[in-house]
Design a binder for this molecule. Structure first.
Ligand code: 0WD
Length: 263
């Protein structure tokens, strides 16, 4: 069991399709004790049955757009866990009007601000607020996407926010290295979740992905969860500041293999 005796907090579980759900199941299977944060009351009913399956009754409200909410959520957590071994940041958001249409036409200051605040700054904010509670050998993990480094239709300002999140991962890793706390990101291939359905024509992205990826398919939340469990385990003790792709190899391929073959 990769995560025996580890206490890990998971954020961003909106429903059973969330990547965070795949991560929770994998971490539970690997022996971790889990706690969860949820954005608001409305999402609690989706979270509760999954937390139950994972043997957790530590469910804490935390809206990462608000510093007081982040602070009080860790105060709440400290009543159950004096110290813990890391957290998963599986949170991203941009207003819907930013995720449809031409980048230059649709992007505005407010949308830019919100996307970067919720999708990148919140990772720093959670690290800041929890640092005094983190054990040595803790691991922090976030979820990113290829839009950080390559363009694609409709992903727009989220791509910029993910670029920021990846730099954030590196700077946090540099900052927390002296405390022996590791910070990493998983760049997941497209998976049909609530957040993903906010991106226009997401279905087409899925089929394009399968067409180009060396493995000829998309990935599952369970596959992301397995890598997340490893990254937060002591088996990954030599890895920090790294972006690990779990995308069936999509990012390494310039074009589909069969594209130029005669048949
Ligand atoms: O294809 C995908 N699904 C990919 C997702 C590919 C690569 C990366 N990712 C990333 C996302 O960008 C995000 O960072 O994975 C992370 C998790 O996303 P998900 O599992 O795809 O989406 P979802 O199940 O919707 O969970 C994201 C959750 C929110 O859900 P909704 O859809 O209700 O906005 O992030 C949470 C919320 O639960 N969230 C917040 N939590 C606390 N405070 C906030 C907030 N202010 N805003 C959003």
């Amino acid at each position: 069991m990769l995560l025996k005796n580890k206490k890990i907090l998971i954020s961003g579980l909106a429903n059973k399709y969330s990547i965070a759900a795949g991560i929770a199941y994998a971490m539970h299977r690997e022996g971790a004790e889990l706690a969860f944060t949820y954005q608001n009351e409305r999402l609690l009913k989706n979270l509760r049955p999954i937390a139950d399956e994972c043997g957790s009754n530590i469910l804490i409200e935390c809206d990462v757009s608000n510093d007081d909410s982040i602070k009080s959520s860790f105060e709440e957590l400290s009543k159950k866990w004096k110290k813990f071994d890391g957290f998963v940041h599986s949170i991203g958001f941009a207003p819907a009007d930013q995720l449809e249409g031409d980048f230059l036409e649709v992007t505005n200051r407010e949308g830019f601000k919100i996307a970067h605040d919720i999708s990148s700054y919140s990772f720093t904010a959670m690290a800041k607020e929890s640092k005094s509670m983190l054990n040595e050998n803790s691991a922090l993990l976030t979820l990113t996407y290829l839009g950080s480094t390559q363009t694609m239709p409709n992903y727009n300002v989220m791509g910029l926010a993910k670029a920021s999140l990846e730099a954030n991962t590196r700077f946090l890793a540099a900052s927390l290295g002296k405390d022996n706390i590791r910070v990493n990101a998983i760049s997941a291939g497209p998976i049909k979740t609530l957040a993903a359905s906010g991106v226009k024509n997401f279905r087409k992205m899925l089929s394009q992905h399968s067409n180009k990826a060396p493995l000829g398919r998309t990935v599952t939340a369970e596959e992301v969860g397995n890598v997340a469990a490893f990254m937060c385990s002591d088996y990954a003790s030599g890895i920090t500041g790294e972006i690990t792709y779990v995308d069936a190899g999509f990012n390494i391929a310039a074009m589909p293999l069969n594209e130029l073959n005669d048949d």
